[in-house]
Design a protein around this ligand. Structure first.
Ligand code: PBG
Length: 336
């Protein structure tokens, strides 16, 4: 039993001896089709605008969005998640469900780019998804409409989400992704989509979405107007059980996929949701997670590729089937 009298009963290091052995023994693999690239499109831009706090990421024009989606398609990504930044904002986020609004235009452009690359390569391109939320469209920057006392009015917001989801579906979104954490948002959107004839459009529910300091760079990415915080609707980072309950509610309301966000600080919740979900589970590696690694790597303090691959592998290991990450294209290249 023991080896030369050392008392060692088994040597786990045998499976770590060579790259080929480690590859065979790996429990978690990254695949391009599991990755979703978030993309920003801004109305009225002449040139793509770099997002300072997210080096390498830009606000796209419609033309460069088309190129970015085509690149994502050639990289074999599973999806793209689109965010729109309108030229005009108002109290109820009117631009969010305008058929000609920036996000709807972006969705159309993205679908065209996917179709072009699909016909060129003969392979499936990325699923086109859209963020279904009001914060990019309201002048106060909240994810919903405000009541007279200044709080976010849950049920009034649901009507707006329903209208946005239908507008996104009409523009060609294959997945709508409500991210505002309003109670009942999945059920209301499902009804609205079905009534409008879009029973084949899926809902990716941001189920356990925490109020997070790690969304900081995203606020720059969408020129956010928000003063204050989102703590009356997004979850408290102290709570894990509550995240599971949120996911259960979304599943009961008909979510086709559920999401946990931010990914890196919620791996326990992600594991819990993955264990009870019978639909695909997504996790969003958010802007702050991106910015931290980019900043450390730019200073020479961390190995960039190593840190990126390790962070995304950990998210998959914790139970994510799908990972939204700003590094999606680059990762796809590395793991080819
Ligand atoms: C809301 C939304 C946010 C993010 C995705 N959808 C911002 C927020 O909730 O404050 C954050 C994504 C990121 O930080 O990368 N529309």
């Amino acid at each position: 039993m023991s080896t030369s009298g050392t008392g060692i009963v088994y040597r786990p290091r045998r499976l770590r001896t060579t790259p080929r052995m480690r590859r065979l023994a790996a429990e978690t693999r990254l695949h391009a089709a599991d990755l979703v690239l978030p993309l920003f499109v801004k109305e009225g831009l002449a040139e793509p605008a770099p997002i300072t706090s997210m080096p390498g990421q830009v606000q796209h024009t419609e033309a460069t969005l088309r190129d970015a989606v085509a690149d994502a398609a050639r990289a074999g990504l599973g999806g793209v998640m689109l965010f729109g930044i309108p030229a005009e904002r108002d109290a109820t986020g009117t631009a969010g469900d305008d058929p000609d609004g920036v996000l709807q235009r972006g969705i159309r452009v993205a679908r065209e780019a996917v179709a072009e690359v699909e016909s060129e390569t003969g392979r499936p391109g990325p699923v086109v998804m859209a963020d279904t939320c009001l914060d990019e469209f309201t002048d106060h920057g909240h994810c919903g409409v405000l009541a007279a006392d200044g709080t976010v009015d849950n049920d009034a917001t649901l009507d707006r989400y329903a209208a946005m989801a239908v507008a996104q579906a009409r523009a060609g979104a294959e997945v709508v992704a409500p991210s505002g954490m309003m109670d009942g948002q999945v059920a209301v959107i499902r009804d609205a989509l079905d009534d409008a004839g879009f029973d084949q459009v899926s809902i990716l529910a941001y189920s356990a979405k925490y109020a997070s300091a790690f969304y900081g760079p995203f606020r720059e990415a969408v020129d956010s107007a928000l003063q204050g915080d989102r703590r009356t609707y997004q979850m408290d980072a102290a709570n894990a059980r509550e995240g599971l309950r949120e996911a259960d509610l979304d599943l009961a309301e008909g979510a086709d996929m559920v999401m946990v966000k931010p990914a890196g600080t919620s791996l326990d919740v992600l594991r819990g949701v993955a264990d009870r979900s019978d639909v695909p589970v997504a996790a969003y590696q958010v802007s702050g997670e991106y910015a931290m690694i980019e900043a450390a790597a730019a200073n020479g303090w961390i190995d960039r590729e190593g840190a990126v691959l390790e962070s995304v592998t950990a998210i998959k290991r914790a139970g994510a089937d799908v990972v939204l990450t700003y590094w999606a294209n680059e990762i796809a290249e590395w793991i080819k």
